[in-house]
Design a protein around this ligand. Structure first.
Ligand SMILES: [Zn+2]
Length: 452
């Protein structure tokens, strides 16, 4: 049993919103991967630690948590044909490219996305993989291997598309699958990989892609299967006005009515985007305890709209943040996404919106959206997932409040990242990974993929 004292940080944000949240200005103690003590200003740990990490030049936060992404899209970033397209046109141009994905492509893309995320302070990431061309049947298996190798936590979702053009859907027939194939694989990957309880490294959720790419029956079956297997549900919803019109024309109802009609309006579900909700829908989602992954950069990039983040959270929604797919952001930097969320929500709600509220979305809120209560907060008994940020670059010089400086001055790179008590980033580098070699292979795979 080794105890480590992260000692006397320059600043600390615990994300604990309890009125009696303890003082952690003296740092925190980690024992066997779990936080065992918070130390008050000027204090020392109750028992002498085995080792001490001097944090006097660092701001300490919980590990950031990403609630929506498509790792495979790192291979199609900033691709000229879609740099200026709105969602539906963007998708239709990209589907045939993505239909050529191989297991090796997905492995490289997952490695690159998780590297970017780790370096931006992310310790738990959700990925929504819904492209299953022939040959890529074991996509989740490929991703589990990478997650374990890098030592991060992940909620990997078994995505799916079942509504092809023959049935009025958007994606081409080559990437849609039959309902029974999808259901069998969902069951297989949950039974094989889903870990339960505190400290889980890999979790699996079920994630039909969106109302315009999945059949109604497919949505309903996913909800039933998730209930039976006791796992979470994820999908894209209310991202654009095009989607709202699609739902009105095809189903004769708005997106949230459709969600409810297929058994998804529950606290088992978290939704990507959630931009276009009316007052009644905000209240219904909140009452149900549904989660929303707010993806501000993607929503601005595709001009989809501004999510009603503050109202959703105030209504009871578990509001988290997502960098979203790397072809609609096109980066995977979660620290910068928290800054983006702060600013976009301030445009809507005013400059009095606290910096710490946006940090709360990136940590505690995201954990709740993923159905986890063991991460996202620095408190006794929680997993030791934390980030140490340095403020010694020119952009921070002259900053006074170290915690506010993270977002206001644009912190984008973690100095140290700990997941479950293990350092996964040290001195701004991913431990045990040859990043330059990875990027050479990834760039080559990206070139091959778009060349066809
Ligand atoms: Zn997405």
């Amino acid at each position: 049993m080794t105890t480590t004292w992260i000692r006397n940080p320059l600043g600390v944000f615990t994300a604990d919103d309890a009125p009696d949240a303890p003082d952690a200005r003296g740092g925190l103690v980690v024992t066997d991967g779990v936080i065992t003590e918070l130390v008050a200003a000027g204090g020392r740990p109750a028992t002498a630690p085995d080792e001490t990490v001097d944090a006097s030049e660092h701001v300490v936060t919980p590990g950031l948590i990403n609630t929506h992404h498509h790792f495979y899209q790192t291979l199609t970033r900033a691709w000229a044909p879609v740099t200026d397209a709105p969602l539906f046109g963007w998708l239709q141009r990209l589907y045939p490219v993505w239909a050529r994905l191989t297991p090796r492509d997905l492995e490289l893309a997952t490695s690159v996305a998780l590297t970017e995320l780790l370096l931006s302070g992310c310790t738990t990431a959700a990925d929504h993989h819904y492209v299953y061309p022939s040959g890529l049947e074991e996509a989740v298996d490929v991703q589990v291997d990478v997650v374990r190798r890098l030592g991060v936590r992940a909620t990997l979702t078994r995505g799916s598309m079942s509504l092809g053009p023959d049935d009025g859907g958007l994606p081409p027939q080559s990437v849609v699958q039959d309902a029974d194939v999808i259901a069998a694989d969902c069951r297989r990957v949950v039974e094989r990989y889903h870990e339960r309880g505190a400290g889980a490294q890999v979790q699996v959720a079920l994630a039909p892609c969106s109302p315009f790419s999945v059949t109604t029956e497919g949505m309903r079956e996913a909800a039933e299967l998730a209930e039976e297997l006791d796992v979470r549900l994820h999908t894209h919803l209310a991202e654009t006005i095009d989607e709202e019109e699609f739902c009105r024309e095809r189903f004769g109802m708005r997106t949230v009515d459709y969600l409810e009609s297929v058994g998804w309006l529950t606290d088992r579900t978290w939704l990507a985007h959630g931009v276009h909700f009316d007052d009644g829908e905000v209240a219904r989602l909140g009452a149900a305890g549904t989660g929303v992954a707010h993806c501000p950069t993607s929503n601005m990039r595709l001009a989809s709209g501004t999510a009603r983040g503050v109202e959703l959270e105030d209504a009871g929604v578990a509001l988290g943040l997502g960098v979203d797919g790397s072809a609609s952001n096109d980066g995977s930097n979660l620290a910068l996404e928290a800054r983006q969320a702060l600013y976009l929500q301030r445009l809507r709600y005013g400059a009095q919106l606290p910096v710490t509220r946006a940090l709360g979305w990136a940590t505690r809120g995201s954990a709740r959206a993923l159905g986890r209560d063991d991460v996202g907060v620095l408190a006794v008994g929680k997993q030791a997932d934390l980030v140490m940020w340095r403020l010694d670059e020119a952009r921070f010089s002259g900053a006074h409040d170290p915690v506010a400086a993270l977002l206001l001055c644009g912190a984008d790179r973690a100095d140290r990242v700990m997941v479950g008590g293990e350092w996964r980033v040290r001195d701004g580098e991913v431990v045990g990974l040859d990043v330059p070699a990875l990027l050479v292979e990834h760039r080559e795979a990206a070139r091959r993929l778009v060349a066809g």
